[in-house]
Ligand binder design. Structure first.
Ligand code: MOS
Length: 766
């Protein structure tokens, strides 16, 4: 039976619920010692002096590392561009730990205490005395702040951050000014944190190799970029890449964190080198708000001009966003403005302000999540001005081809998503005027938004080892962030190899395995499936060649193209009764196993077509006008994500993405003190991610239409599309319920109860 399309339970599910799946922090290696970070108390300046002596004398302490005594590291050359994935610089932190006295943000590691027990290390860390020459920090992004205008979003080298369409900037503005119906507003989104359940963690050990001149560095790490981080670690420690091994078999959520050049694994490896011990470092939840990435804050100007009939003429979308003093990563909010609707005149621009705050990085749908919130809110505002239904307005501007380059979509069925989503939420019950629906004390509203996420493919490789007992192990240095990659990649391999799923084991999470890209950009399924297909073709070819060459085989002298493979057996397509089991072929030829390698990279179809997933999100909310609370009555999302490999894990991914969107709309916000740069919100008591009670009814459907231009099963990625559009669907529903337009996320009760003057002026009932 085909395994693709079946709602297979997670193959690692039993291990996870029984505690058998060991996450990095749980690994109990022999002779472990523990490291604890001492963070800077100032956001900007230089370390004048460190007094480590009291800490060094504390019980159990093995070493206190500072910038004065830590082993030296080699710099990372700019040309390691596979690692410098995104932004105008790299992604992650562009400095190396404990190499200099410079302080860039509050919380930056300024000392690292290693002790026999965690408690001893934590105690000693409180004894390290650091004095600073502080300088005035830059902590807020405002009109006076120095901004740069980076050109390129290097995550996709073709993605210009400053762009116009249909004329220069002045011409586009002229078209906007001349448009009969216009909206133009500023939308702001806060800093957010990925907040995976599992904190970032590393265990590092060095082993001197008897047969090698240098040492081997092994890291157990919460890492979703094995090959990239292997290269970084090798570079900074001056090792051949093969002498660094990173193992990461289970990851408890990442969402964009855990993938880049963060200082903490380097710090842990540094301490293991300095002490000659196996060192474990587990970040605290508070440190996750400082040392593991975040979504940058944005201020977006969004202006749309349309004809009275609803045809969009011009869009101007400006983004001002921040990064840290040690990163040029930029949140690319303008990306979806280019492609979501058909429009002839466009200007997008991005400005970056560097602040003395922790470093931003991609977080689930970087750019698309805050970008579509502004875009789809402005669309809602314009629909109302036009007196059009928001869904009708979107259909009026439907992009039949990619509006950016005129290329056909590889596959696009967004109209079906709109239709089905509207049915699921009961869109026809929605009165066109806001503040017209009540259920008891609650104001009730309906909102919708479009969602989109690119369907990328990156180079990947896989190896198959098919054993004489008829089972197969498939390996690739890819990652399972908790999303189900173990399961769905085994399903792909089983079908590609013609084996029952129970005979296939997929192994990942080890940098010794064949090349795979970082688990990001919703590209793992496409990229690794393509490599598995290639390796499977090789494996089956080897079996066929063995069979046709052997006089005693029923397939003797058959042509390879006439042979099929399924259920562990080769057979003649024209006469399926004639065939031979894989096990019989290997036994007869006295092989314990065969090994096949496959490699795949984006093909010429990537030039001919544009690749995206699509969807439509609808929300119904209940707002308590007295308390300012928003409760979700229902979110319904319908998605066109290509072939669905596993309906169960697919639903979980999209459901989780919608949960992210609910948090983005209503609760999630990180605040740093604007004088000290220290995190004010820094744990899950104050950083509110939606709980079960906040997510009562989430309805997810997929169209399950295979993308004919995607190799293998024709599945597009779906890790990130669930968040895109969700926040706008919810806040548009809040507008529909209340008649008040809030243009600053999240919509907390405080904002809802006391709207600003500008928000009050937008009250539809006044
Ligand atoms: Mo996604 S945050 O681009 O992995």
């Amino acid at each position: 039976m085909e395994s693709i399309g079946q709602p297979i339970d997670r193959l690692d599910g039993r291990l996870k619920v029984t505690g058998g799946a060991r996450y990095t922090a749980e690994l109990d290696l022999p002779d472990l010692v523990y490291g604890v970070i001492v963070g800077s108390t100032v956001p900007s300046g230089r370390i004048r002096q460190v007094d480590a002596a009291p800490a060094e004398r504390a019980p159990g302490v093995l070493k206190v590392l500072t910038h004065e005594n830590a082993p030296r590291l080699l710099p990372i050359p700019a040309e390691l561009s596979g690692i410098r994935l995104l932004g105008d610089g790299g992604v992650g932190e562009e400095y190396l730990p404990l190499q200099a006295a410079q302080v860039y943000f509050a919380g930056q590691p300024v000392a690292f205490v290693v002790a026999r027990t965690f408690e001893q290390a934590r105690h000693a860390a409180t004894l390290v005395r650091v004095e600073y020459d502080a300088v005035a920090p830059k902590l807020v992004m405002n009109a006076g702040s120095m901004a740069t205008r980076p050109d390129k979003f290097l995550g996709r080298p073709d993605e210009a951050l400053q762009a116009t369409r249909g004329g220069d900037a002045a011409a586009v503005r002229g078209v906007f000014d001349a448009s009969p119906v216009r909206v133009s507003h500023t939308y702001t989104t806060p800093i957010e944190h990925h907040s995976p359940l599992e904190m970032s963690a590393t265990i590092a050990l060095w082993v001197r190799m008897p047969d090698r001149a240098s040492a081997q560095l092994t890291l157990y790490d919460t890492c979703r970029n094995l090959k990239g981080n292997q290269t970084i670690l090798a570079q900074v420690f001056g090792l051949p890449t093969a002498n660094v091994r990173i193992v990461s078999q289970f990851i408890g959520g990442a969402f964009g964190a855990k993938g880049f050049q963060w200082n903490t694994p380097i710090l842990c490896a540094l301490a293991a080198k300095a002490t000659g011990r196996t060192v474990k470092l587990v970040l605290t939840r508070q440190q996750m708000f400082l040392l593991a990435g975040q979504r940058a804050a944005t201020e977006q100007g969004y202006a749309i001009g349309a004809e009275a009939g609803g045809e969009i003429r011009a869009v101007l979308h400006t983004t001002r966003t921040h990064s840290s003093a040690i990163s040029g990563y930029i949140e690319p909010c303008g990306r979806t403005t280019k492609i979501l609707y058909s429009l002839p005149h466009l200007e997008i621009s991005h400005e970056l302000v560097r602040l003395n705050l922790p470093t931003p990085c991609p977080m689930r749908a970087p750019g698309e999540a805050p970008g579509t919130w502004a875009q789809e809110t402005a669309m809602d505002e314009l629909a109302e001005k036009l007196g059009m239904d928001p869904l009708t307005f979107r259909l009026r501007n439907y992009a039949d081809v990619d509006p950016e380059n005129g290329k056909p979509w590889s596959s696009k069925h967004l109209k079906e998503c709109y239709t089905r989503g509207a049915e699921l939420i009961g869109w026809d019950r929605r009165p066109s005027q806001p503040r017209r629906m009540r259920e008891g004390q609650y104001l009730v509203g309906y909102g919708m938004a479009t969602t989109i996420y690119p369907a990328g493919q990156r180079g990947a490789a896989a190896r198959i080892i098919l054993s004489a007992d008829g089972s197969a192990v498939v390996r690739s240095a890819t990652h399972d962030q908790g999303n189900g990659a173990y399961t769905i990649l085994a399903q792909v391999a089983a079908d590609a190899l013609g084996l029952p799923l129970a005979r296939v084991r997929f192994e990942l999470g080890d940098s010794d395995f064949p090349q795979a890209p970082p688990a990001g950009g919703s590209a793992t399924t496409v990229s690794v499936s393509a490599a598995i297909e290639q390796a499977s073709t090789q494996a089956k070819r080897q079996l066929m060649e063995l069979a046709v060459a052997e006089v005693s085989s029923p397939l003797y002298s058959a042509k390879l193209k006439d042979i099929g493979a399924s259920n562990g057996r080769l057979f003649l397509r024209s006469d399926p009764g004639r065939g031979e089991e894989y096990t019989a072929i290997l036994r007869r030829t006295q092989r314990k196993h065969i090994t096949a390698d496959g490699e795949a990279k984006p093909g010429p179809e990537r030039e001919a077509f544009s690749f995206s997933s699509f969807g439509a999100v609808f929300a119904k909310v209940r707002v308590d006008p007295e308390l300012g609370t928003v409760r979700i009555a229902q979110v319904a999302g319908v998605y066109d994500v290509g072939r669905v490999i596993n309906p169960k894990t697919t639903r979980s991914q999209l459901h989780g993405g919608i949960g992210f969107g609910i948090g983005m709309a209503l609760t999630e916000e990180t605040i740093y003190d604007s004088r000290t740069g220290r995190a004010v919100i820094r744990d899950l008591a104050d950083y509110h991610i939606p709980s079960m009670a906040d997510t009562p009814l989430i309805t997810v459907e997929t169209l399950d239409i295979a993308d004919p231009q995607i190799p293998g099963p024709g599945a597009r990625g779906l890790g990130e599309i669930g968040i895109v559009g969700t926040a706008a669907a919810i806040t548009n529903a809040v507008y529909h319920a209340t008649g008040i337009r809030y243009r600053s996320l999240p919509l907390t009760p405080a904002k809802m109860v006391v709207p600003t003057a500008a928000e009050s002026r937008n009250t539809a009932t006044t």
